[in-house]
Write a protein that binds this ligand. Structure first.
Ligand SMILES: *Cc1c(COP(=O)(O)O)cnc(C)c1O
Length: 374
């Protein structure tokens, strides 16, 4: 059996271990928030935003940010159908309704024209998810937001390192949210962060994040309202600080891996890979290939072929509206078809060029087979 190629795996060096050890040994009492504050500072600098609140997950950051925007029962929030459930869950928990619209066929991100068509008097916000590192058309989305007075929320969980015309993903909307789950480019095991340039929104989330205790409240154990508890721990933040010191290295490696796939598949017209339109940088979280319909290659064929070679490849996100708890939106044609002939390729930090070669071989072999069987 060939050695297993994992699809993601964090890059943990002595630096992460040293900081985590220090936090575990010394990060208590007066020092119990030191790594958290340091991590928030490093993240703000990297993103060029004014405010950041580290959280236990991206889902938690989204939940609090959405609550702070006043999203609640009866409201609609527009988002792309092709997504991870984490973006939709907080909308549902707040009693609002996710409205799923189609994606663009090339970036796999939300189609701004479909967004505008889906706006109703109940619409309260629009979520831009930068899928697999690919960027949403932020200029157009922000213009729509401006026109209808709607906040644009950026779920940048998959887009650390992605830059849109000089601005980092997550820094352009009303607020941004990132994930530091073990599969993401930067990891703290579990973790996330809320970022914004809106001082009022920041203060609101800060209060909510502290079980509803306002910053100026002097009475002890006195919440002013019911809030949330989505805090990151100092130990997790210590790992995050080490990862932030290595952030350029972590992003560059992801970009190199995507570039290698691009290069090897440059002459294969039957597949499309993550795009990098002019004026943008793709953070390359997850190299993904979508096969052209004519190839006849399906997700199941891809999964079987990779499994046979002991390569861990993952399926493209299902349309959320196809899941049992939502109503199908079959008119989202791209969301309902792209995922049937797509796969996420391995892209862990220490992946070897021989391993990339093995992945490419599987893809080429499949295409050869599919061609000869036609
Ligand atoms: C990973 C991910 C999340 C969830 O992040 P958690 O930290 O696990 O809550 C949210 N949105 C997208 C797009 C993601 O990929």
């Amino acid at each position: 059996m060939k050695t297993r190629i994992p699809y993601t795996k964090p890059s943990i060096t002595d630096l992460e271990v040293r900081y985590a050890t220090d936090a575990a040994a010394n990060g208590w009492g007066e020092q119990c928030y030191d790594y958290i504050y340091r991590f928030e500072e490093l993240f703000k600098q990297h993103l060029n935003v004014n405010y950041a609140i580290a959280t236990s997950s991206c889902t938690g950051a989204l939940h609090m940010g959405m609550a702070a925007l006043g999203i609640g029962p009866g409201d609609e929030v527009i988002m792309a159908d092709s997504n991870w459930i984490a973006t939709a869950a907080p909308i549902v928990h707040l009693g609002a309704e996710p409205v799923f619209v189609d994606i663009l066929p090339d970036s796999w991100c939300i189609d701004p024209e479909k967004v505008e068509a889906a706006i109703t008097p109940r619409t309260k916000a629009i979520v831009a998810v930068h899928l697999y590192g690919n960027l949403c058309e932020m200029d157009r989305l922000l213009e729509i937001g401006e026109k209808y007075g709607l906040p644009i929320i950026e779920d940048a969980a998959e887009a650390i390192g992605s830059v849109y015309h000089g601005k980092r993903a997550g820094s352009m909307g009303s607020f941004g949210a990132f994930s530091f789950h073990g599969t993401k480019t930067l990891t703290t095991g579990e973790g996330g962060i809320f970022v914004t340039n809106d001082e009022g929104l920041y203060e609101r989330v800060l209060t909510l994040s502290n079980h509803g205790r306002a910053r100026g409240q002097v009475k002890q154990f006195w919440p002013d309202e019911v809030g949330f508890k989505y805090k990151i721990s100092n130990i997790q933040a210590a790992i995050g600080c080490a990862q932030m010191e290595r952030i350029d290295e972590l992003i560059n490696k992801k970009r190199e891996i995507l570039a290698a796939y691009h290069e090897k598949l440059a002459y294969v017209t039957e597949v499309s890979i993550n795009l990098e339109p002019p004026g943008t940088i793709n953070g390359a979280w997850m190299p993904t290939v979508v096969f052209a319909p004519e190839t006849g290659i399906s997700r199941e064929m891809l999964q079987n072929a990779f499994a046979a070679e002991n390569i861990d490849a993952r399926v493209f996100f299902w349309p959320l509206s196809s899941l049992p708890m939502f109503k199908p939106v079959l008119s989202n044609a791209y969301s309902y078809t792209l995922h049937q002939r797509a796969i996420n390729l391995p892209s862990y930090h220490d992946i070897h060029s021989d391993e990339i070669e093995r992945v490419i071989e599987v893809l080429l072999k499949m295409l050869g087979k599919a061609r000869s069987s036609q």
